[in-house]
Design a protein around this ligand. Structure first.
Ligand code: MN
Length: 251
């Protein structure tokens, strides 16, 4: 059987270093997502931000699995809030792309893994909300924006034993942390599956039917080269994508 094709949602970087191309827009995904998918036996495909929903649907047609990449803060207008003064850079064009991508992937019942922003926007796309800053959470006092190397863990998470995530990483893991937003109201049909010791939601998953949709607040792609549990999160997605491929077109 051919390897499953795994789409990675793209972002945009604006060239600021170059004299000639200052302001130039470059579509990209982070390389560690690509390597993590390859190590898991999937074929990584970058999905550039496009605006036309027909194109987004056609992008999803190519895939057996989807990763929603980390990055920008999510626009709070998507869950009906005004921006508070701690909100970081938002990119509504990317938000619209991500939400359309998720909807198209859900229609096709594709397995989905959301990471950091990807985890947050999954929750929002399904009707949940976010804390715009961790200072909104009573008792949140751990270092969720770490100052050590990004491949090194900083805080503990406890995982709900019956979750899909627990099958991949067990009931406890030390994870890295680069977020100042977090899931507030969990989307209908989703459950929280991991918490930090200061009760921040660190993972969610879809609980309505057997479609595989998992979100993690930390960054397993940054740890996966040297951390079996982090790599297992990608292995889990690729395993589901292989099943999807077999069931849908059997090649
Ligand atoms: Mn954290």
């Amino acid at each position: 059987m051919k390897k499953p094709i795994i789409g990675i949602s793209g972002s945009m970087i604006v060239d600021q270093d170059s004299d000639i191309f200052a302001g130039y827009h470059r579509a990209y995904t982070n390389d560690d997502y690509i390597k993590s998918v390859s190590r898991a036996g999937g074929v990584p495909v970058m999905l550039p931000i496009v605006d036309n929903v027909d194109e987004i649907t056609a992008q999803v047609e190519l895939l057996d699995g989807l990763i929603m990449m980390g990055g920008h803060d999510v626009d709070p207008v998507l869950y009906g809030e005004e921006p508070n003064n701690k909100l970081g850079f938002i990119y509504p064009r990317r938000d619209a792309f991500d939400v359309a991508l998720i909807k198209a992937a859900v229609d096709k019942k594709l397995p989905i893994l959301g990471i950091c922003r990807g985890h947050q926007i999954l929750n929002v796309a399904f009707g949940g909300s976010l804390y715009q800053d961790l200072s909104e959470i009573p008792g949140c006092n751990l270092a969720h924006v770490q100052k050590n190397f990004c491949h090194e863990p900083i805080h503990n998470i406890k995982v709900i034993p019956t979750s899909k995530l627990a099958q991949l990483i067990g009931e406890e893991m030390r994870v890295n942390s680069f977020h100042h937003l977090a899931v507030k109201d969990i989307a209908p049909d989703f459950v929280a599956t991991a918490f930090s010791n200061d009760q921040v939601i660190e993972a969610i998953e879809y609980a309505k039917d057997d479609q595989y949709i998992v979100g993690v607040q930390f960054h397993p792609e940054m740890m996966s080269a040297n951390c079996e549990k982090a790599q297992n999160i990608f292995n889990g997605l690729i395993e589901e994508a292989s099943k999807y491929k077999e069931a849908s077109h059997g090649k």
